[in-house]
Each structure stands twice: as structure tokens, then as C-alpha cells.
Design a protein around this ligand. Sequence first.
Ligand code: FPP
Length: 234
Amino acid sequence: MNNGIPNHVAIIMDGNGRWATKQGKKRTDGHYAGYKRLKKTALYILSKGVKYLSVFAFSTENFGRSSEEVGYLMDLFVKAFKKERTFFKDNNIKVLFSGRKKPLSDDVLKIIDIIQEDTKDCSGGVFNVCLNYGAQAEIVDATKKIAQLYKEDKISLDDIDTNTYYHYLYNDLPPVDLMIRTSGEIRISNFMLYSLSYAELYFTSTCFPDFDEKEFDKALEDYQNRNITKGKIK
Ligand code: FPP
């Protein structure tokens, strides 16, 4: 059996804090290491022929962490995206962000707009960064968009089905084929609930800063050998 290359891969990048603590470092050092790892692993995944890569960079619940950690992460997003502006264009990667705008700072919102605008014509793969993201909120927001369009007579109820519903999510992306979660936690944690419906799930005890090319190859091999039925014949 070989299921080929998954079209859409999604990653819950978990374990930055534990990775750092194990080495006697600060949790924030783990996030920095996660960012460095993400740059290399993301490029590798897209170079394998994966067309869409979604990553969980910050959940709405993450705002409940210490102000030091939240501040560090927000600052890292701004600095990293400013620094990597040319990286995405040079590698022909289109960057998208999924999540609610509130309560992100103007600095974060500004760099999000810049990167999306900068890379909107790139065609070598899509990198979807889930930032201030929650999947239940995404479904609620999509439903509100649909209700508003219906109220304005711009759609009819027959226009909405399980396929067209994707158009109303934060970004209109195809369903996820392979979802990876690092660090040994076996949960979905409110990540891409609609799009994960038929995804293959892969859990590894490796913490995200160690999730390198070889680790992705293991996940890919596992995926390729699965009996994927999507509810049809086995
Ligand atoms: C979860 O690990 C990870 C996060 C909340 C942040 C993920 C962010 C990155 C990998 C940096 C990405 C950078 C850019 C520029 C997109 P955790 O802190 O929950 O780890 P723990 O469970 O061990 O505490």
C-alpha cells in the first residue's frame, strides 16, 4: 500500500516548553528553538510535494499563559515574520493566517497583512499559520458568515453542504490528510476540527524542536502504509 504524498499536512507543534525545561533552559528558549525547527522542517515538507501545510502556532487558550510567555511569543511572531519576509518569497511559498484578529496587537496584525500581501502570488505551496486560533470559534465564525450572506440574500440554503462549508472557514483550504502532534499528547486540542474529519492522525513523543526531516519521514511512511478508507470499502 502506498497512499502517496498527503495534499494537506497539519501539525500541532507541542512540547517546546518541556524540551527547554529538560535542558535546564527557559520555556521561551524552547519556543525560539521551535521557530528555528519550523523553518527547516516546513521547507522540507513542502519540498516533498505537500501542497498545504498548516501549523498551530498559538491557540486562543494560549492567552491564558504568563504575560512573559505570551509577550515573548507575540514578539517572536513579529520579529520572525519580519526577518523571514524574503524567505517565503524566495521559496515561492504563499503564507496565510487563520484565527481571530482580536486581541492581537497592531504590530502582529500589520506583519500578518504584509506577509499575506507579499506572498499572495506564490505558487510553490501554502503555509497556513494558525494564530489566535480555535476550531470551535472557526466553525461559529463560518456559520455567522453564512447567516449574514443568507440574510443579505447572497446565498441560498442549497448552496451550503459539507464541501462548500470549507469556503467559509478562515481560509478556503482542502481537507487535512495527515495531522501530526508532537510531544506525546494524544489530543486534538481544538485544532482544525472541521478539516480533520477524515485525516490520518499521527502522534509522536518527539518534542517539536526535535521534529526534523527524519521525524517527518517516519510520519510520512506511517501515513503511506495506512489503510485509508474515508468511510468507504476496506
Ligand atoms: C506548544 O508547546 C507550542 C506553542 C504554544 C507555540 C508554538 C510556536 C512555535 C513553534 C514558534 C513558531 C514561530 C513562528 C514564527 C510561527 P508548549 O509550550 O505547550 O510545550 P509544553 O507542552 O512542553 O509546555
